[in-house]
Write a protein that binds this ligand. Sequence first.
Ligand code: DER
Length: 251
Amino acid sequence: ASLTNSKRIAAYNAVDNHLDASTKIIGIGSGSTVVYVIERILQRGNLKKVENNENNKNLMGLDVNSCVFIPTSFQSRQLIVDNGLNLGDVDQYPAIDITIDGADEVDENLNVIKGGGGCHLREKVVAEISKKFIIVADHTKKSKVLGEKWTQGIPIEVIPFCYVLVSSSLIKLGCHNQILRMAKAKAGPVITDNGNFIIDAHFGHLNGTNTPKEILKRIKLLTGVVEVVLVFSFNLTKETKIELNRNLLVW
Ligand code: DER
């Protein structure tokens, strides 16, 4: 399948297999894959009553007008607003039924690199308060080990005041290249929705002593680091289910 097509197939699978009439509060991730998640919700979500057959069984009565959508970035907020969907925020809705998001790379233990879009802080917050969290990733994201396919470094959100300190601390952790993410259509660095910088830190393949869990811990403890996403280290509530549903991951 072409790249767009495989992202679309994966996104459509996620919506068709996981949204149903009981889904009222829906977290929307950020990036290009979630555009297809919204596309599918709009296509299917206005069906008041769907014939109860194999394709539609999970979409019985999904009525988007009775749902509230929680954004994880300015971009996903725009997706919600521009498509006329009800917008909510994490203060009003501290418990979310399901969040559907993308990723930059996924290994077979569901370790994930997120942050390619620079939205991973809010994505992680929304994921943590979701009962179910679905990562939609097509075959281009599949790796045996993190760092194999995603070669742009681990995205780390840092406080602008101390990005130089964080950079030098990363070197001590064995990082062999750390790059302040520069904007393309604006002079200077990328500024996140939270007003911070992003450092992309290159550790090579995350295995051996540099497992995703180990690297996550070491990076998170650095002064000036705001957030990094590597393993599903979210403080998952007891109900939160992480589903590595193979047919959602179009390998
Ligand atoms: O920043 C992120 O983690 C986003 O989810 C993003 O990187 C997902 O990638 P996509 O644009 O390929 O969906």
